[in-house]
Design a protein around this ligand. Structure first.
Ligand code: PEP
Length: 255
C-alpha cells in the first residue's frame, strides 16, 4: 500500500562543487532520475551553480532548490539573495533554518519564520529544518525543542501552513554517519504531525510532508522511508554522488 503523501527526496549540496562539478553531477542525476515521477526529486546546489544546474534539468521531473534566502524583497543586504531572485532562476524550493545556518550564522526561529513567510509569498516551497542536538536528546529535551522550533518557525502562517515541507534533522546525525533509528525518527515525525494538527487541523497535518535528514543513504533509506510519518529525505553527503542519490530516490518508489 502506498502512502497518502508523495515521497520527496531533496539533495542539499551545501558549499560543495564548482560549477563544472555541479554540471557533471547533475548530468549523472538526470540520466538516472530525469524521468522519475513516482517521487519528487529536488537538487539544491550552491547559488553560483543554480543557473547551470537549472539549465540541465529543464524539461525533466527534477526540480531546483536553493539552500537559503533573505526575507526582504530587495535592498541594502550585502551578500544576500531574495525569493524573486531565486524564482528568476526557476527555483521551486528553498531550504530554510538548516542547523548549519542556525549554528554558524545565528539564525533564530524568528528569522526562519520571516524567511518562511517571504518564501511562500514569493511562490517558493520552503523546506523548514528542525532538530535537536545530542545534548538535548540525551537530556530528554527532544520533543520540547522540536515543538518550540515548529511553533515559532511556522507561526502566523494561517492557511499557508499547508504549503510547507518540514525536515526533521537530528543535529547529531548530520554528516556524522549516525542515523536515527527508524523507530526514533518515526517517533519524532509522528510527534511533529501532532503539533501540526494542533496548529492547522487534521487535513493540513495529514497533507504536510515531513522529511528525515541525517546520514540517509541507499542502505538505510528503505527502512526509514517505510515509516508511516516519514515522507522523504533531505540528503547531504549522499546527494553528492549521482548513484547514491538515485539509490535513495529509488528506495522511495512504491512507498
Ligand atoms: C543535511 O545536512 O541536511 C544532511 C542531512 O546531511 P547528511 O546527509 O550528510 O547527514
Amino acid at each position: 500500500m502506498s502512502k497518502k503523501r508523495k515521497i520527496i527526496i531533496a539533495g542539499n549540496w551545501k558549499m560543495n562543487k564548482s560549477i563544472h562539478e555541479a554540471e557533471e553531477l547533475t548530468k549523472g542525476i538526470k540520466q538516472l532520475l530525469g524521468e522519475t515521477s513516482e517521487v519528487d526529486v529536488v537538487v539544491c546546489p550552491t547559488f553560483t551553480a543554480l543557473k547551470s544546474v537549472g539549465d540541465i534539468i529543464t524539461n525533466t521531473n527534477i526540480k531546483l532548490g536553493a539552500q537559503n534566502m533573505h526575507w526582504e524583497a530587495e535592498g541594502a543586504y550585502t551578500g544576500e539573495i531574495s525569493s524573486s531572485m531565486l524564482r528568476d532562476l526557476y527555483c521551486h524550493y528553498v531550504i530554510l533554518g538548516h542547523s548549519e545556518r542556525r549554528t554558524y550564522f545565528g539564525e533564530t526561529d524568528e528569522v526562519v519564520n520571516k524567511k518562511v513567510k517571504a518564501a511562500i509569498a514569493g511562490n517558493l516551497i520552503p523546506i523548514v529544518c528542525v532538530g535537536e542536538s545530542l545534548e538535548q536528546r540525551e537530556s530528554d529535551q527532544t520533543k520540547a525543542i522540536i515543538k518550540d522550533q515548529i511553533e515559532k518557525s511556522l507561526a502566523g502562517l494561517g492557511e499557508d501552513l499547508k504549503k510547507v515541507i518540514i525536515a526533521y534533522e537530528p543535529i547529531w546525525a548530520i554528516g556524522t554517519g549516525l542515523t536515527a533509528s527508524p523507530e526514533q525518527a518515526q517517533d519524532v515525525h509522528a510527534y511533529i504531525r501532532g503539533i501540526l494538527e494542533e496548529m492547522g487541523g487534521t487535513d493540513v497535518a495529514q497533507a504536510i510532508r515531513i522529511q528525515y535528514g541525517g546520514s540517509m543513504k541507499p542502505t538505510n533509506a528503505d527502512e526509514l522511508l517505510s515509516q508511516p510519518d516519514i515522507d522523504g529525505g533531505l540528503i547531504g553527503g549522499a546527494a553528492l554522488d549521482a548513484n547514491s542519490f538515485a539509490g535513495i530516490v529509488n528506495a522511495g518508489i512504491e512507498k
